[in-house]
Design a protein around this ligand. Sequence first.
Ligand code: DUC
Ligand code: ZN
Ligand code: ZN
Ligand code: ZN
Length: 476
Amino acid sequence: EHTNLVIRNARILSSDGDRIGDVEVGDGKIKAIGDVPATTGAEIDAEGYVLTPGGVDVHAHIEQMSGMGLMNADTFETATRSAALGGTTSVISFAPQSAAPSLAHAVEDYAGRASSGAMIDYAFHIILNDMKAENVVDDLTALIAVGHRSIKIFTTYNIQLSDRDICEVLGIAKEAGALVCVHAENDGLIGWTKDRLLASGKTQPKHHALSHPRLAEIEAVERLIRFAEYFATPVMLFHISTHEAVNAVRHARARGVPVWAETCPHYLFMTDAVLDRPGIEGAKWMCSPPQRTTADQDALWAGLSDGTLDLVSSDHAPYRFDESGKLSNGKNADFSKIANGLPGLEVRMPLMFDAMQHGRISPMEFVTWCCTNPARIHGLPRKGDIQIGLDADLVLWNPTKHHAYGANDLHDNVGYNPWVGKTITGYPETVFLRGYPIVKNGALEGKVGQGRWIARPAPGVSTTAAPAPEYVEATT
Ligand code: DUC
Ligand code: ZN
Ligand code: ZN
Ligand code: ZN
């Protein structure tokens, strides 16, 4: 292992642009970029390779219980191993209040699991589901102060907060300095629709998509935008899937509401057609919100391009296609009894890199959506870019290598690849975490427990610094 090395003649993609050059790494940090003089240390000739920042995936469920009380399939070891092999070097997963008798204990518990298992650097979003629990406000304030600078709340999934409690959370977040992330779908619309579908015998995975009407997302997104506006404190809208929600965010930003938004590869590259398979097979692709239409895909890409949507996360939610996971209620279970989610930590970066290779997105967009913006918005100032002084989290891509995804070729613990059949061009062959090669020529080199917790500073974005001027109204 060496944390001092020079990577030479790579095509470097960073927030500064796209150029050929050398990157020198010293003591785990980026020491020099450009024309680095000869050294006596380790050198890599990266001619023909593309060097990007390590991926920053700010939305992944690891060792977490589903809404149905099912432990998901990945440990910090298996999840971060797959992330590393896909070119991701930082992850933000979740510490749910419900995992322990107190919020402080829940975060401590997750900190212990991650510190012994994680192979990449990590932080946690604190999931709040009960604002009446003893000490919750004190615990939360203290946790934020030591660097747990984000909160996740839901408007559905049996852990929704009331509007009043959402106000409490936004008030505390504003005061203490934390970003509030939201799963925004209207619970009543989903519940009513689901019951009608089941009552009429529409019980298959493909009916899951109908049970999450697009208006459920639109309503909750619009509501949370109004809350962000009232409190003038930042809100991050997770996994936007509909064109109407993109428009709502676009209008909100134009009038200066501090709202950010995310989408995911399974909304960009899949439609609800993935659910329509014989029997229960479609369960492998079930997630919430569900995949939508090609028109929504177009709106998501347009929203990313004009800056309405800020970043792409995996929403990695790993369940095996067996009794421990998707089939925990049997092969004949109706859609409402099947765990939601698909694995994504390992494929997010390659899928987006492939889109870049095929001219679908620009090199700058790849870096911005997968690395720079996630780091900037979620408060990871040493991550997500290639700049002197930042952590040397780097990915060397072989841009000409093709890989056709197989039925079970990911390195998480899920046992199936929802992207089977898709060929990606460009492979993350070598991956550095703080200068250490955690993946070398496609093989895992990282050590369990090598990842470190990232204490995050208070959000640097003042609530009056409206993002509006950067964003133009689109004519859709
Ligand atoms: N949707 C979520 O919001 N979280 C995890 C899995 C899913 O499908
Ligand atoms: Zn969610
Ligand atoms: Zn999620
Ligand atoms: Zn090709």
